[in-house]
Design a protein. Sequence first.
Length: 229
Amino acid sequence: MNRIDRLFAIQTFLQSRRYVTAEAIAEKFGMSLRTVYRDIKALCEGGIPVSFEAGRGYFIMKGYFLQPVSFTTEEAAALMLMEGATRIYADKSIQELYASALTKIRAVLKGPQQDGIDALSNSMGVQLPECMEASYTHLAVLQAAITKKHVLKIGYSNKAGEASEREIEPVGLQYYAMAWHLMAWCHLRGEYRDFRVSRIGYIHDTQQAFRVQTHLSLAELVTELPVGY
């Protein structure tokens, strides 16, 4: 990647997040911190208002207009390919959101690109046995609650078929053993639990903020918790 392309890529990377550390930029583009500092300076000299906040990282100042992100045919094709993967690794709520995002991406492609993507779409497919099709629609709600740090009320049935209602504080989602698992603090049990998402019957967002001030990270919970029951 030449420097002009790298500067544009760094600008896009900054555009995609609220804050980005120099270390994250260095890792993303395989460069030294010294080169990161030089490239950030070059962006500023080129009129991009990149600012820095201690402890958080670089950001593009609010209100600055950036050109819409464009996609190459190959990038759009890669996203199209992953639509099939959502049928394997996601539920119906995420499949609908992904399809909506793809529609918006296709809308900004040029005519010949749209024709190519249409042809590609008709040339790919995923056929799954019924047992692998997700019948639930919880992942989008769970993602939103994790982001907003909202307490959820759920109906849950364990592997023995015993049903209960819980108030939980969702910490993270992890896919393992061919299923999605929710790592959360359970107020009923007073401890962290691993809930298999497919066993959640219903979810109600209470709109209440977490009552536990600090939670373990997802990585810590995946290591410490027993397999979802």
